[in-house]
Structure formats: structure tokens, C-alpha cells
Design a protein around this ligand. Structure first.
Ligand code: MTE
Ligand code: MO
Length: 313
């Protein structure tokens, strides 16, 4: 059960993220950022301050070029602020990310509460260029700065009874207008099985494109699980709890039949209302085939042997 004080949700009141992205909004986003797409193609990306800087174009495994900084910071899913992807940046611009504490606790020997400064100095960030695939069938390639979640978990020493990890976003309805609505089970929660959480690809990100994370992307610290749908990659985390039972997750609570715990990118398993075989890379016009495990099959398939990913979707 989620711990929100909000009223129970009537299914008639729910607007799942999947219903939201329609063609008009998508084209609106493209039209809005057409100029920056052209700039990005030359490697020139406007910074939030409007200063033009030349951003090197690193190459990701698989040969994908990173999505422009402008798109990554202007086309977001962050329901606490707004359901309109093109408005998150604006609505999140005043969000206070300092001071910030991250509590890591539960079935561990050494529970700890870290400040962001402690995290930055204790767990040096490295660059990880990952694909991010949204269930709504868009994707981006993002040069994150972050560190393996396993480092912070090892620091608190999980006990032998630990089986899952639960993550929680800040609850701050004074700053996050949608949290005032009882339609969703706030605060946003996510979960991973312990072996997924300990996998080296799973990171806590604190920056992207060499800059500190902006609020729209989950400042000051967010999860990134590159082989799963974007909804697993929970933003603005204040709590990480090591637990023995599979935790409840935000989207599974809202629409259980559409958003499973595993959130594996399986192009052969359709979403109940559409195919997931292809995706549109933000900034591009043609579709690409979606790869099993978002292209990270070699790294992570071993976590799911003997599991039917059509059942554990
Ligand atoms: N707290 C919180 N985390 C969240 C979300 C959200 O609404 N709230 N949206 C998720 C979804 S559905 C996606 S696709 C990614 C989007 O990350 P981005 O906006 O940085 O690209 O964030 C995920 N993390
Ligand atoms: Mo998403």
C-alpha cells in the first residue's frame, strides 16, 4: 500500500501517462524546439541561460548520438509539476534542491542520511551515456554523470534478508502543484529487485552533459536504470529503503494492467493499447526498432533467466 494521505483513486479520474502523449502535443514540442534541433545537429546547444556553448558529441555504445541538451531539459515527464511534457521545465524552475538529504535505511547494518555534498565527494560521478526509453514510445540518449547505486548500497551494508530496494521522491506539495491533487498516489515510489539494484549499469545520476541536473530532470539526485522503461528512473529521491518484499510502485498502483514491476523493454510484448516494437528518438523524424532490454540484453539478460517477461512485464 502506498502511504499517501490522498483519497482512493477512482479509475474514471485517472489520466495515465500513456494517454497523455498525443500527436498534437508531440508536434507542438517539435515545433517549439525546431531551432534548437538544428543547432544541436551542429553540436551547438543553447544552455538554460541562453548562452551558446559547443557541446562535444560523445558516442554511445551502439553508435547513437546523444540527444541535444535542449531536448533533454525541455521535454520531460515529471508528474509532480505538470502532466504537460513541454511545461515541466518552466513549472520546476523554482524547485528548491538545496539543502537536500537522502536517507538510506531499512534492512541494512549501517543506515545513513547523506547530504548531496557528502554524496558528491564520497561517490565520484563518472559519465554514462545511456538510452532512456519511455513507455510512450519516445526515447533519448543522455550523457549522465552518476555512480553505481551499488556503491551507496554497499556503504550501508544490506542484510541477508534484503530482497528489494524501494525509492521515494520528495513530497512537497507547496512546491509541486500536482501533489495537491488526490488523483495520484503521492509520493512517487519505485522499486527494484536487489540484484537489479546492485547491477553496475544502475546509477544514481547527479548531472548530465557535464552540468548539475536541472529540476526537470530530477535534481539533485535521481535513479537511472537504462534497460527498463523510463518510469523506473525515479526523480528527486529522498528515501532509499532496503526491504524484503516487492514494493508498491507508482505506475503499477495507478494502472496495474499496463505498468508492471519489471518494466522491461520487451518489443515483442505490446502495451495493452499499442505496439512497443518501435520508438521515436526525440529530435528525429523516423522511427527505430526498439531493442530487447533497450539494447542492454548482453549486460542484463542473465538477471531474467527462467522468468517469463510477458507475465513479469
Ligand atoms: N518522481 C518522478 N519521477 C519520474 C517521473 C515522474 O513523473 N515523477 N516520470 C518518469 C518517466 S515516465 C520518465 S519517461 C522519466 C523521464 O525523465 P526525463 O524527463 O529526465 O527525460 O522520468 C521518470 N521519473
Ligand atoms: Mo515514461
Amino acid at each position: 500500500m502506498f502511504t499517501s494521505k490522498s483519497k482512493p483513486i477512482k479509475s474514471s479520474e485517472i489520466t495515465p501517462e500513456s494517454l497523455y502523449l498525443n500527436r498534437r502535443d508531440f508536434l507542438k514540442g517539435i515545433a517549439l524546439f525546431g531551432t534548437s534541433a538544428i543547432l544541436a545537429a551542429c553540436g551547438i546547444t543553447p544552455t538554460p541561460e541562453g548562452v551558446k556553448t559547443v557541446v562535444p558529441t560523445p558516442v554511445v555504445q551502439g553508435g547513437d548520438a546523444p540527444t541535444s541538451y535542449e531536448y533533454i531539459t525541455s521535454y520531460n515527464n515529471f508528474y509532480e509539476f505538470t502532466l504537460d511534457k513541454t511545461q515541466v521545465a518552466e513549472k520546476a524552475s523554482q524547485f528548491r534542491t538545496s539543502p537536500w538529504q537522502l536517507e538510506v535505511y531499512g534492512l541494512v547494518n549501517k543506515p545513513k542520511t547523506y547530504s548531496i555534498d557528502e554524496i558528491l565527494s564520497k561517490f565520484p560521478a563518472e559519465e554514462r551515456i545511456y538510452r532512456l526509453r519511455c513507455v510512450e514510445t519516445w526515447s533519448m540518449v543522455i550523457p549522465w554523470q552518476g555512480f553505481s547505486l551499488s556503491k551507496i548500497l554497499n556503504d550501508v551494508e544490506p542484510q541477508s534478508s534484503a530482497k528489494f530496494v524501494r525509492f521515494e521522491t520528495i513530497f512537497a506539495p507547496d512546491q509541486m502543484p500536482e501533489q495537491k491533487s488526490g488523483l495520484y498516489p503521492w509520493p512517487y515510489q519505485e522499486g527494484l529487485r536487489l540484484d537489479e539494484a546492485m547491477h553496475d549499469l544502475t546509477i544514481l545520476a547527479t548531472g548530465l552533459y557535464g552540468k548539475p541536473l536541472l529540476s526537470q530532470d530530477g535534481a539533485p539526485i535521481r535513479l537511472v536504470v537504462p534497460w527498463k522503461y523510463g518510469f523506473k528512473s525515479i526523480k528527486s529521491i529522498v528515501k532509499i529503503e532496503v526491504v524484503s518484499e516487492q514494493p508498491t510502485t507508482f505506475w503499477h498502483t495507478v494502472v496495474p494492467s499496463e505498468y508492471g514491476f519489471y518494466a522491461n523493454v520487451n518489443p515483442n510484448a505490446s502495451h495493452p493499447r499499442w505496439s512497443q516494437a518501435t520508438e521515436t528518438r526525440i529530435g528525429e523524424s523516423t522511427q527505430r526498432p526498439t531493442l530487447l532490454f533497450n539494447g542492454y540484453e548482453e549486460d542484463v539478460a542473465e538477471l531474467y533467466v527462467n522468468m517469463d517477461l510477458n507475465i513479469n512485464y
